[in-house]
Design a protein around this ligand. Sequence first.
Ligand code: C5P
Length: 319
Amino acid sequence: MTATQVQVRAPGKINLALHVGPPRPDGYHPLATLFQAVSLYEDVLARPSDEITLELRGRGTDLPTDAGNLAVRAAALLRETGGVDRGVHLTITKQVPVAGGMAGGSADAAATLLACDQLWGTGLSREELAELAAELGADVPFALTGMSAMGVGRGDLVTPVMSRGTYHWVLAVQGEGLSTPHVFKTFDELEGYTVPSAAAPGSDHAAPDGAGPRVDPGLLAALLSADPLVLAKHLTNDLQDAALDLRPELGDVLAAADRAGALAAVVSGSGPTVAALALDAPHAASVADVMRAAEVAAEVLTVTGPVPGARVLEHVHGR
Ligand code: C5P
């Protein structure tokens, strides 16, 4: 029995903490981050086709629909790995801001891997899918995992962490995104870092155990407290100054979140989306109203986290 269509949903993320080390010879930066998946979703519908084709709905209808799109690359990688001779028509409905520091493109890729795996019956394990995910991009494995998780290496080595309760966030979304490589480059400039040359074979591999940035154990304890007042003390992002350098108006967004009574606010990932933490749903609604009135963002949304990673919503079988 073959599937005639598969629908998969994958979440966007925010980084509760993001610690970044100096660049490695391959240009990537060692990270220690705490991801939380939030209730802003990418929906991928996969239907049989001879070729790999893509159609975009919602946000990002001006994004590429060829191999310049990570979802198309995800389908092609799975097709090659699984020895599949069929194609897929993908319809992606995007809610996650484009180039917003919330890994929307990575969520598309993760959802596409899962949808095509089901459609084509390649039957890869979650671990095998996670390996393909890491090949596609540093944030793709987390979009499969979801909930709350620690990311190390390039951010692609993901370990789920325990979290209690639901957190209420206000997201200030900007009309124009930021390029992740550009933010990392600015980070290097601000820190005075240069990319080292690959001196010895293997020197482009991850730092040995014990080296590199770390997540504060206090943050892990905070996530167990289910208390947003405790979590608020631990929001931090090493890329924030670089994002502010490229987009000084983000200072107004952070100030507006503070004035609106948010418990704390932080730039998510490489930005420019700002995530502001609220006490509960009514508080989030009120912070969002005040931030909207401040006119510092193209859109102000309320979301909750953590939520699950990529999952199949609908799987229709043919005969
Ligand atoms: O892996 P991904 O394609 O999502 O990364 C996009 C870019 O972000 C990389 O090309 C690199 O410039 C930067 N990056 C980095 N260090 C990381 C993750 C991403 O420098 N750990």
